[in-house]
Every structure is written in structure tokens, then in C-alpha cells.
Design a protein around this ligand. Structure first.
Ligand code: FES
Ligand code: FES
Length: 164
């Protein structure tokens, strides 16, 4: 089947098998290997991407279901060599160890912070309930998301917050 999708701002058009998973199309046809496959059963969240701005597990979505939609993968976060503030925060706050879960964590963080600029611990935990990490114990990930929210606040807001 012929599909047209926008991936990280680029228009892509290709023929796919109706049974092909979005995760496989991203990795194998578009060479976007940042999207990881950890379980293939919708449990781990390593394959999380954004579809029209909402986090989706790409191992449980057929590529044909993404036809006509906007897909963002972890490769779409940075601006060339410049890391996105969420990536910078994960580096600074040690939100990763082996890194296998990290792409999915970053995309879930992006989804959360695009909806709520200043989430509390409870909301972060709720949003990340579908993302598993074998290494970090999660606290460093929560700290990374909170630091990312600080980095993403406009400078004026930071100054106002300091004054009060
Ligand atoms: S690979 Fe998709 S949820 Fe684990
Ligand atoms: S950093 Fe290793 S699985 Fe999360």
C-alpha cells in the first residue's frame, strides 16, 4: 500500500506491506534507528514516537495507520548538533545509563512538556507509566524531566519566578 507520512518535517512516500509496523518502517526503510524495539508487545515504551504530537508506541501501530499523519522521532529533537533542552537535561541529570529506553523516554517527556510546562512528580510518574527502564531506578529520569521543564522556560519567566 502507498503511504505518505511526514517524518521530522520531511515528506515521505513509500509502498509498505499492510502488515508492516511503524517501528520497522522508521528503522528499516527510513534508517531512523533511534526508535528502539525492546519488547514488541506494547510494554516497554522504547519505541515511543509522537503521532500528531501525541506519544504512541510504534511497535503496536501499523505503518498504514500513520498514513497522512505527522510523525516525530527522537532524531527530530535536536537542532543539528545542538541538543534539545530535554536531551541536555537527561545528560546533566543522568537520566540514562545503558540508553536503551532513552529515545522513548525523551519522546514521552516531549509529549508531557508540550502539554504541561511544569509537571509535578505525580504527573511525571503517570505519563511515564508506559516506559520501562532497567537501569536508572526512575528518580534520575524524573529529575531530568523537571530540569528540562526549567530549561524550557523562557528566561523572563525564570527571572520572575526567582523574584517571588
Ligand atoms: S518495543 Fe514497543 S513497547 Fe516495547
Ligand atoms: S537506561 Fe538502561 S534501560 Fe533505561
Amino acid at each position: 500500500m502507498r503511504i505518505r507520512i511526514t517524518v521530522n518535517g520531511n515528506q515521505e512516500e513509500m509502498d509498505v506491506e499492510p502488515r508492516e509496523l511503524l517501528a520497522d518502517v522508521l528503522r528499516n526503510r527510513l534508517d531512523l534507528k533511534g526508535t528502539r524495539i525492546g519488547c514488541d508487545t506494547s510494554n516497554c515504551g522504547a519505541c515511543t514516537v509522537l503521532i500528531d504530537g501525541k506519544a504512541v508506541k510504534s511497535c503496536t501501530m501499523l505503518a498504514v495507520q500513520a498514513d497522512g499523519h505527522d510523525v516525530m522521532t527522537v532524531e527530530g529533537l535536536s537542532d543539528g548538533e545542538k541538543l534539545h533542552p530535554i536531551q541536555e537535561a537527561f545528560v546533566q541529570k543522568h537520566g540514562m545509563q545503558c540508553g536503551y529506553c532513552t529515545s522513548g523516554m525523551l519522546m514521552t517527556a516531549y509529549w508531557l512538556l508540550s502539554r504541561n510546562k511544569d509537571p509535578d512528580d505525580g504527573e511525571i510518574r503517570k505519563f511515564f507509566s508506559g516506559n520501562l527502564c532497567r537501569c536508572t531506578g526512575y528518580q534520575d529520569i524524573i529529575d531530568s524531566v523537571k530540569y528540562a521543564s526549567e530549561l524550557m522556560q523562557p528566561q523572563e519567566e525564570k527571572l520572575i519566578a526567582k523574584e517571588h
